[in-house]
Structure formats: structure tokens, C-alpha cells
Design a protein. Structure first.
Length: 55
């Protein structure tokens, strides 16, 4: 029974460390990839702002 408890705790520790590593990888590299490859916003032209009529 002691061997089963020890094996279960080792497996739990391995699963926890792998899941924390995957979470950190998704947050870091997923965020960086999204930041680098995000579409650039279209530049607004200044002529559109100047053409608005004032009352």
C-alpha cells in the first residue's frame, strides 16, 4: 500500500509539473506569436479628418 501511495504521488507531481510547463509555454509563446503576427491597423489618412465640415 505504501508503494501505491508513493507511485501515485510521483505520477501526480509529474503531471502537475508538465501541466504547469504547458500553461507557461502557452501564455508566453502564444502571446508573443499573437503579438508578432497580429494584423497591422490601417493607417488613417489626415485628409479624411480635414474634410469634415464644421457647423
Amino acid at each position: 500500500m505504501e508503494l501505491f501511495a508513493e507511485t501515485l504521488s510521483v505520477v501526480g507531481a509529474l503531471l502537475l509539473s508538465v501541466s504547469c510547463g504547458l500553461l507557461a509555454e502557452e501564455l508566453l509563446f502564444g502571446g508573443l506569436v499573437r503579438l508578432f503576427f497580429a494584423p497591422k491597423p490601417a493607417p488613417s489618412s489626415t485628409s479624411e479628418r480635414n474634410e469634415t465640415k464644421e457647423p
